[in-house]
Design a protein around this ligand. Structure first.
Ligand code: ADP
Ligand code: MG
Length: 577
């Protein structure tokens, strides 16, 4: 509830302004609101999803022309025309956005800019429809919205709605997934998040708000020409998000207000505006790297307890995991995978039994992580297959593993530093959410029940690994050993049938390793099969039911811990007697 206070203050300011300011401020206020309708949607793309869409003005242009043309030439009602602008914006949003699935960062940024240039050129040359350089009138509204303050209140209404919707999205599994693909893409895939699907939905939404903003922009300007949609404007939208801080709604909102007001105070400096923005941006990047949002984030400045110990609760695993009797084993049959000349796995057969702990040991570079990557779908074996029971595990589809009940952790923990520990763990259960994007945006009942259920389950998972007290803390404030347990909690939150652990004991203290061992045993006892890649021989021999020893991608030995311990070659080559 405390999070609502800044919004209440802003709302009060919006409502008081008409009583204390002249009409000039109505226009400036409306401009800030119209820009925000676009920036709020774009914020999901840029601030949450981390996609550098700099040319988003293209969608404002398209929405603006669509609405203006429909009103001027077809006599459509302005509000329907705004909606039509939104639809065109949404479709174009997907077209501009989709290259993001293939192109990284700057290359994607350039395609969005290219699109913006094309749209402006078309608006210029297609004179019969757009009026070319002369332009055409924007949609004009009837009373009560034809007065400056009437239009001001209308646009503020639109702004309030998009603020509410994007805030809802941000705090839903959709928002968490966006941040996950931004900061930990590989881990996001492993939890079943499909980047293509997610980004398509978000581009549709952000395109829609940009298109609607375009329609409103036409009314605001009362007349539109191609040169109203400048590159500067596009950069302004983008910078509003950067100085606001990524992963925040309030920050970019304030950034947008700031950048709308700035030209008013710096009118004599208009020729310098690009320079001013650049300086402002530089100052903000240097002085407050997290943007306005980080400055306002008081909660994460409270110091944490310095001597924290992780005390897992193995007794609570069974209640959390709680899947029916597990059925199929994971089976690798004659798997071969070479990187160039290196045969990382060379004809490997392994059966990982449901409900048991299977240890995988071997010297560095013997192919342990590669084996795990084959099972979790990152690598496609050149020969042989991996099965779950009788089903072949599909290649090249790590995002399909989660639905098959396979979860994993990483040799180097991959968590979202800027998200809370709780949010990180909730990522693990993303595919168990039922609400669609729009249901979440509108906080419909299914969204609310999702959040309740997933939050409760993530808290259970945190209790199991012994980190409940850190739930609200930003993950980048945790120690390395704690991050390992956060990853395990994230994996368990999806209630997997199989848990693949890549060196979970690396960097843990002796006590922590012992506790980790009891936890892993409890996970297997609850019916979840565990593949444990480890270096700590004690841990392996203490808790494994079966052990496979790898050397140069081949099985050197396999058997029970007792058999491995007395295996001559293993002892001499690896354990060192
Ligand atoms: P381990 O986890 O047992 O230490 P890995 O499975 O990471 O070993 O690596 C096995 C071998 O495959 C090593 O020789 C490593 O250099 C090579 N390897 C692993 N991944 C790649 C890759 N993506 N490209 C090229 N070589 C790789
Ligand atoms: Mg490894």
């Amino acid at each position: 509830m405390r999070g609502l206070l800044p919004y209440a203050v802003i709302l009060a300011a919006v409502l008081v302004l008409p009583f204390v300011a002249n009409d000039y401020w109505a226009v400036i206020g409306a401009r800030a609101a119209v820009y925000w309708v676009l920036v709020a949607g774009l914020n999901l793309v840029v601030g949450y999803g981390g996609q550098l869409a700099i040319g988003w003005v293209a969608l404002l242009t398209l929405g603006s022309y669509t609405a203006a043309i429909l009103v001027a030439r077809f006599d459509l009602s302005p509000f329907l025309a705004y909606g039509a602008g939104g639809v065109v914006g949404a479709l174009a949003g997907v077209v501009v956005g989709l290259p993001a699935l293939r192109l990284r960062t700057f290359y994607f940024a350039m395609t969005t800019l290219g699109f913006a240039t094309i749209v402006t050129q078309v608006a210029l040359s297609w004179q019969s429809v757009t009026g070319g350089g002369i332009g055409l009138p924007g949609p004009s509204l009837e009373a009560p919205f034809d007065s400056p303050w009437g239009f001001y209140l209308l646009t503020m209404g639109f702004a309030a709605v998009v603020t509410w919707m994007t805030a809802n999205v941000a705090s839903s599994r959709w928002g968490r997934s966006l941040v996950a693909i931004r900061d930990a893409e590989v881990a996001a895939e492993a939890t079943g998040i499909s980047k293509a699907r997610l980004l398509t939905i978000v581009f549709l939404f952000a395109g829609f708000t940009a298109g609607v903003a375009g329609g409103l922009f036409g009314t605001l300007q009362s007349y539109i020409t191609p040169d109203a949609f400048t590159f500067d404007l596009s950069v302004t939208f983008f910078i509003a998000i950067l100085i606001g801080g990524r992963g925040s709604i309030l920050g970019p909102l304030l950034g947008n207000v700031l950048l709308t007001l700035l030209p008013e105070f710096a009118a004599p400096l208009v020729a310098w505006s690009t320079f001013l923005y650049a300086t402002l941006l530089l100052a903000i990047v240097l002085l407050m790297p997290g943007g306005i949002a980080a400055v306002l984030d008081f909660r994460n400045r409270k110091p944490l307890e310095s001597h924290r110990s992780i005390v897992p609760r193995p007794d609570r695993v069974a209640a959390l995991v709680d899947h029916g009797p597990v059925r199929d084993d994971i089976i690798l049959r004659n798997v071969v995978l070479a990187f160039g000349g290196v045969r990382a796995i060379d004809g490997l057969d392994i059966t990982i039994k449901a409900g048991a702990v299977h240890g995988l040991i071997g010297p560095n570079g013997s192919g342990k992580t590669t084996t795990l990557n084959v099972i979790s779908g990152y690598y496609e074996p050149q020969e042989g297959e991996a099965f779950l029971g009788t089903r072949v595990l599909p290649h090249g589809k790590p995002q399909a593993r989660s639905a098959m009940g396979i979860a994993r952790t990483f040799q180097t923990p991959r968590v979202i530093g800027e998200a809370s520990v709780l949010q990180n763990v909730m990522i693990g259960a993303t595919i168990d959410g039922r609400a669609s994007f729009m249901e979440s945006a509108l906080t419909l009942p299914r969204h609310r029940s999702d959040e309740k259920r997933l939050t409760a389950r993530a808290m259970d998972a945190l209790a199991v690994v012994g980190l409940e007290s850190l739930a609200p803390v930003r993950a980048d404030r945790l120690q390395h050993s704690e991050l390992r347990f956060v990853e395990i909690a994230r994996a368990l939150c999806g209630r997997p049938a199989f848990l693949l652990l890549d060196e979970p004991a690396a960097g843990l203290s002796t006590d922590e390793i012992t506790r980790l061992g009891s936890l892993i045993k409890a996970v297997a006892a609850a019916g979840t099969g565990v593949l444990l890649v480890e270096h700590h021989a004690d841990l392996i021999f203490d808790i494994c039911d079966q052990v496979t020893v790898l050397n140069l991608g081949k099985e050197l030995a396999a058997g029970t811990p007792a058999e491995i311990r007395s295996h001559k070659e293993v002892v001499s080559a690896y354990l060192g007697a």
